[in-house]
Design a protein around this ligand. Sequence first.
Ligand code: DHB
Length: 297
Amino acid sequence: MSVSLCGIELSNCLMNASGCWCRTEEELDDLNISQSGAIVSKSCTLHYRKGNENPRYHDNELGSINSMGMPNEGVDFYSKYGLHRRKPYIISVGALSIDETLKTLEFVKNYDLIELNVSCPNIVGKPQLGYDMVELDRYLDIIFSRFNLKIGLKLPPYFDPIHFEQVAEIIKKYPVKFITVINSLGNGLILKGDGVSIAPKGGLGGIGGDYCKPIALANVRQFYQLLKDTDIDIIGCGGIKSGRDVYEHILCGATAVQIGTHLVKTGTGCFGRILNELSKYVGDKSLNEIRGKLKVY
Ligand code: DHB
């Protein structure tokens, strides 16, 4: 079940989604001893951030809503954590402004890959960079002209075929190692009783879980087709809670997958169970033989 992601060997294709079970040292330690193939850190900024007011996370039987506001310990903490881990470690960097991102990237150390998050929906007054093609292009131009780091992008969900093409064209201009698709569905609303379920932004937040899976699969599939002639790997993320869900992401073109809402709900024991289930779908094949082999009429 091992897999090569951007040339790095993972014992298996599962990892946490950034933001889920990966902010504190205890949570990261839990991932480190879990059966996940890699660890992804909370999206970090140059300095510690407290994040948005509580309640800021809520879930129900179909998924979750969050407006955390990027609470994190700061880049130095996540870089130092890289010294202790016993499996591949992806540091997620929150792209709040170009200046801060450049400064934060200077401090990223002890990592295997960097996941640059251009899709956080929860910062008041900051649009999602991934939805502004001109700004995304400018941003990547500045970053890749300054740094020779192994950087991938965490993208927001796209819905329009033209947008997939535009984003793929931008990505192909730079030495992007991987893309993670998708981040949560931004600015959704889940009610609790007669009211909102979370406090920030009048109750609006990023939606994860079952709600996301069809959109995540479509994003994996579309980018797999558009990036076929490159060596950019795709990490699928969205609605994974079983081996069958992982198998579907791989059929659509994912090399590895991330688990978010389900990990928060059930804890790190989910990795072993999902791997077990996945092995029944994979049989004696390698994941390479299955990847992208979605049957179409
Ligand atoms: C947060 C949420 C996201 O979806 C993300 O990509 C980064 C940060 C947050 O609110 O902390």
